[in-house]
Design a protein around this ligand. Structure first.
Ligand SMILES: *Cc1c(COP(=O)(O)O)cnc(C)c1O
Length: 382
């Protein structure tokens, strides 16, 4: 039986997971200590402090849940929404639709405000829905990874607070790549994932809950019992065991956050925006058009329509197995007609993007590789 070490290397330019820096891999491979060891406790405090910085919040309760991003969503539903709650949900892609589904299953009453896939939802429409009843919360996906749009958060907190409701946000593909400012936007709770712009393997869900939301915490879920997690992560005295923290994942998140903060958040956001624009230009030369408008485009994910006449699945398979480059296909209504290309951390740099552009140009008949690479370089200002 072959070992994991025999697997080929891939350049991960899909919708996640994203490329992981060597430093982060080395941290992951460090021998575990115990989950109640004081040295691990000190590391937990540092992770929480770094996460607060990246989330743009002073929320004490900011930590990584032992779950993937979807577990963060489930924890939000299980702890902050009660059966029967009217929750306004913005849906303009697969991840908003998942939240509506999760709310329905939990016995809440999602009020869905839809927009076309590839467009953000107009704030006025969300506000109108919030004002339409006894709204306990509004949920939006900040960075909709299925369509590559960035959902504006302005104006939502005011509207929902007027009804004493909560603003809940999915920050999975924005955290670490696009400005996330929970406190400035009045976000009451947010979740994220490690394998998108943070460049850490999948397995943890950074989670942040503000004081207003803490006043509403439910203890319906045994595993996602927020109070139990607070007693472990933020205990004044000894940390109380609830479940064994995934020690090595916490190691890797610690190192991943150090990488993010060493670059600096503003520099990182600027780099993601530049990388997105450079790749957009290069792919346009090859006939791939961005789905999102300029106003709605999400820097960390470029969703493009595949040129007419190109059979996308075999092309994507050849890129993966022969060129070693992963890009993602379309989800839901976009399957077969669109690709999703990650512009996340280590993937948001000229070299990996050039590898993708050259590999694609060589596989597409009558394409101009030199012109595409030139467009990429111009986008990077070189
Ligand atoms: C990836 C993603 C998720 C789900 O995260 P998993 O780690 O796959 O469970 C949720 N929301 C958005 C916007 C995502 O991109």
């Amino acid at each position: 039986m072959p070992a994991v070490a025999d697997l080929p290397d891939r350049l991960l330019l899909g919708s996640g997971p994203s490329p992981v820096p060597e430093r982060v891999l080395a941290a992951l491979a460090h021998r575990p200590v115990g989950h109640l060891d004081p040295v691990f406790g000190a590391l937990q405090d540092e992770v929480a402090a770094m996460l607060r910085e990246v989330f743009g919040t002073a929320n004490r309760v900011t930590f990584p849940l032992s779950a993937t991003g979807s577990g963060g969503m489930q924890a939000m539903v299980d702890t902050l929404v009660a059966p029967g709650d009217r929750v306004v949900v913005g849906v303009c892609g697969a991840f908003g639709a998942r939240m509506a589904d999760a709310l329905r299953r939990a016995g809440a009453e999602p009020v869905v405000v839809e927009a076309e896939w590839g467009r953000a939802i107009a704030t006025e429409r969300l506000v109108e829905a919030i004002d339409g009843g006894d709204t306990r919360a509004v949920f939006v996906v900040h960075a909709e990874t299925s369509t590559g749009i960035l959902q504006p958060l302005d104006g939502l907190a005011e509207a929902v607070r007027a009804r004493d409701g909560l603003l809940l946000v999915d920050c999975v593909t924005s955290l670490g790549g696009v400005p996330v400012k929970l406190d400035a936007h009045g976000v009451d709770a947010a979740f994220s994932g490690t394998q998108k712009c943070l460049n850490v393997p999948p397995g943890l869900a950074p989670f942040s809950v503000g004081e207003r939301a803490l006043g509403r915490v439910q203890r319906r879920s045994w595993y996602f019992d927020l109070q139990a997690m607070i007693d472990y992560w933020f205990a004044d005295g000894p940390r109380a065991y609830h479940h064994t923290a995934p020690i090595n994942m916490v190691y890797s998140l610690h190192e991943g956050l150090r990488v993010v903060l060493e670059e600096g958040l503003e520099a990182r956001y600027e780099r993601h925006a530049r990388a997105h624009e450079a790749l957009r230009r290069a792919l346009a030369v090859l006939g791939f058009q961005r789905l999102a408008s300029d106003a709605d485009a999400l820097p960390s994910l470029l969703a493009v329509t595949v040129p007419e006449g190109v059979d996308e699945a075999p092309l994507r398979a050849a890129l993966l197995t022969e060129d070693g480059i992963e890009v993602a296909g379309g989800l839901g209504p976009l399957a077969g007609g669109a690709w999703r290309i990650g512009v996340m951390g280590l993937g948001a740099l000229p070299e990996p993007q050039e590898r993708l552009v050259r590999a694609l140009a060589r596989r597409l008949p009558r394409s101009d590789e030199a012109a595409a690479v030139r467009a990429l370089e111009e986008g990077w200002g070189r």
